[in-house]
Design a protein around this ligand. Structure first.
Ligand code: NAP
Ligand code: GLV
Length: 311
């Protein structure tokens, strides 16, 4: 079995060493653009993050593509070998990170921790009025591997939690909404909105003025999925009008966020550099190796992407 590796944002050596150790029967090579066919045997499987179109054009024989991440939006924008199955990471240590990140963002806002930090730095011993948890229903868009974990973590902190998915989901402590017909009711029932949807043609620009206006007054937006879910100008307008109280953003249309983008310095926006849930190399390699061997044995594997659906 031959494996080709291509990852644009990380040093390849530790991945190559990890894959070779986990799959000793496989030949694992770093993809070399334009290498002659005689340089190494054609690969059966690819392990990738944001490869180029050239990567697939040169390797039309691939049987399977393993994405080193949960979101496959960038991959599905490319022309992939039609026979290849696409497999994404499921959790692989990201769900607990996402739960940590979103809970801290909700609690930081709910408990006025940013204002306390500012006051303390200025030498002020001040108190803010305590807020009622019942006034802070949190809506989680996307109840998949990450969204379900986040919704349940928020429920442990006793926030009222709403969840929205494409198909109905039943989760302890979460009021479920599904489908386009229940989106408005879901938004109107929520004050804090957490986005954990995949980026697909159906969900692109979903966080726009019309939808965000439906959040309860004093709404707060946490986008940890993809930048193209959010219409930047609409968020800024609703913050400036006072309908929204603030936002925590981890993902952006262009990454790194351009130096002149207003999100950098907006007083009501907290940004982080796409770090809410990082790929953990060892856990991911173990998951990929397990699924790859299962595929080789002809077994069904979880995390297969439905290319037509977009996630
Ligand atoms: P997932 O397991 O595939 O879950 C996707 C969820 O979204 C499902 O509940 C699905 O509904 C729902 N959904 C999809 N299309 C919908 C639509 N049109 N209307 C309503 N609901 C819809 O994905 P995941 O593993 O939780 O990951 C979610 C996303 O998080 C990824 O795609 C990626 O973009 C992002 N992410 C970000 C980071 C970061 O560091 N910022 C890290 C990892 C992932 P059904 O349950 O009905 O199918
Ligand atoms: C990161 O954004 C991922 O999709 O895993």
């Amino acid at each position: 079995m031959n494996i080709t590796f291509c990852c644009t944002n990380t040093a390849p050596e530790p991945w190559l060493a990890g894959l070779r150790a986990a799959l000793p029967q496989a030949q694992v090579e770093l993809w070399q653009p334009g290498a002659a066919p005689a340089d190494y045997a054609p690969a059966d499987y690819a392990v990738v993050w944001q490869p180029s179109q050239q990567f697939f054009d040169e390797q039309p024989q691939l049987k399977g593509i393993f994405n080193i991440g949960a979101g496959v939006d960038a991959l599905l924008n490319l022309r992939l070998p039609p026979q290849a199955v696409v497999v994404r990471l499921e959790d692989a240590g990201m769900a607990v990170q996402m739960a940590e990140y979103v809970c801290q963002a909700v609690i930081r806002h709910f408990r006025d921790l940013e204002a306390y930090a500012t006051d303390v730095r200025a030498g002020h011993w001040t108190y803010y009025k305590l807020r009622q948890r019942s006034d802070f229903p949190v809506g989680v868009m996307g109840l998949g591997v990450l969204g379900a974990r986040v919704a349940q973590a928020l429920a442990h902190f006793e926030f009222p939690v709403n969840g929205w998915s494409r198909t109905p989901k039943v989760l302890d402590g979460v009021r479920g909404f599904n489908g386009a017909s229940q989106l408005d009711e879901f938004l109107a029932s929520s004050r804090v909105l957490v986005n954990l949807l995949p980026l697909t043609p159906d969900t692109s620009n979903i966080l726009n003025r019309e939808r965000l206006s439906r959040l309860q007054p004093g709404g707060y937006v946490i986008n940890v999925a993809r930048g193209a879910h959010l219409v930047d100008e609409d968020l800024l307008a609703l913050l400036d009008s006072g309908h929204l109280a603030g936002a925590t953003l981890d993902v952006f249309r262009t990454e790194p966020l351009p130096a002149d983008h207003p999100f950098w310095r907006h007083p009501k926006i907290t940004i982080t550099p796409h770090t809410s849930a990082r790929t953990l190399r060892e856990t991911s390699i173990a998951q990929i190796a397990g699924k790859l061997m299962a595929l080789q044995r002809g077994e069904l594997v979880a995390g297969l992407v439905d290319v037509g659906r977009g996630y």
